[in-house]
Design a protein around this ligand. Sequence first.
Ligand code: ADA
Length: 566
Amino acid sequence: MPLFPAYPTRRDLILDGIWDFVFVGDSDLDRLDPATLAFTDRMAVPGVFDASPAYAGRRGVACYHYLVTVSPGVTSQVHFGACGFNTRVFVDGQLVGACDLPYSGFAVTVPASDQAQRSLVVAVDNRFDPERQFLFEPWYDFYGYGGIYRPVRWLELPAAWWIERARISTRDLATGTIAVEVLLGGAVPASVPLRLACDDAPLVDHGLVAVSAGRAVVEMQVPDPRPWSPDSPVLHHLRIEAGDDAVVERFGLRTVVVDGPRLLLNGAPLKLKGYCRHEAHPQFGPALPPEQMVQDLQLMRAMGCNFIRGAHYPQDQRFLDLCDELGFLVWEEALGWGHQDQQWSRPGFRAANLAQIEAMIHNSYNHPCIIMWGFLNEGGSHLPETRSLYEDCFAVVRAADTTRPVTYASNRIFDGGHDAHFDLADIIALNTYPGWYAMEKDEPRPLAEIVPFLDHCRQTVATLGQGDKPFLISEIGAAALYGWRDPLQAHYSEEYQTDYLETVCREVMTNPAILGVALWQFCDCRTYAGARALGRPRTFNNKGSFDEYRRPKAAVRVVGRIFRDE
Ligand code: ADA
């Protein structure tokens, strides 16, 4: 379960565990009648059914069932950390909610009943259905699993109105001044009584605070303000009481500011060193157990990393909690990959992107670890026809959060196809693979291409008039098959990957014009099957510095030495 928000006065049921299960297959999700289902199997939640060998490769509708014991006569919310791809939620046979945004946290409201046992059915569909699924496509370079990816929580609500969340923003670091925006739900009155307590300090009565558009806003000072940073990841807690409800949120005091080509954390310039990381494991798919999350961060910490790009979707709140605690800096982004015109010309695509961005910011706002938002990975940003889509995405982020820079990962420094939207971004972020996808010259070990090409990229960004912004390498890397040592030290050998990443990391660490790097990628992960996987031996993206079981390849020692500055 994510640690925060906590609702200390409510009945809060964590539904993670073993649920009833049936794979229905080729059925229409929107015509499903839960009364007709016979649950013949069992399945773990969180979990994806097609990571189970028994259901490997299956696509279609799958249903999960759980009997929940609740207080009769009380309205509730069910919070889902994320499901995929398309989800319908039924309680006692009635549809109570839907979500078509894979990897997104969402909540559904469950009307009260006089029964103490409620039958919860969650139906998911993992088919690439262009009519219904706008954010996941079969050409994405990571496997699309079906199931309940993240924790499920049943929360009973106070009678009339309640606190949904509180968003906490640092206003002044030195004095510890914060703005607290309390988001309210239900039949909210025109003003609400607010009492706030920070850390161990006593509750302070703020009296009746006016509510506008479901929000009540107050400013306050943290009693013993200590800034959050990777070296000192201090976290504060805020308890908010309003009417019959209370919430505890955790936050960090810190500022993130773009200053010309520099990115400042609490006023000091950053050098970002780290990896792009998929939530992926051969046995669990994207439903990683917390043990694996902790291990991943320990491995990266040992290498001297301070930065993770959460590729390519909103992250598990438990993972972000850990990043807050261990002092990692995170780029969180909406789900996307190599968009093509059949996607952005589809009517629902834009709305789905904007909805996911809003949900991502709503869910993750208080994590101090998040230092930038992103979206539309390699989304056709060289094309004039994508301009308004990018503009809308930037606008939605900036309307929801003015405290963090916004960016997107572009792969568009190609002659004849330069990026056309960099002017919108606060940080220039480039995915580039010189020395790997370097087929024209067909040299055995084209390592010499790397540094000149990175220079060429920065010069091109400058000629596009964007040279005064921070320049971040959001992806770069080379594949190696774990254990494959080779006298030629050729492509796919651990030697080539090691030499490649050494070249990249030395350049990043010594070149002050480069803000940092998110190497592609932390560990190998399963990708598409079928002919698309040619070039993806084993149907894995093998550019991990670790393999899919987190066994280190030779590059780990070398990258670690450079990142740790030994
Ligand atoms: C892209 C993409 C990654 C991965 C990478 C690769 O840059 O964003 O998800 O597919 O290429 O391995 O080629």
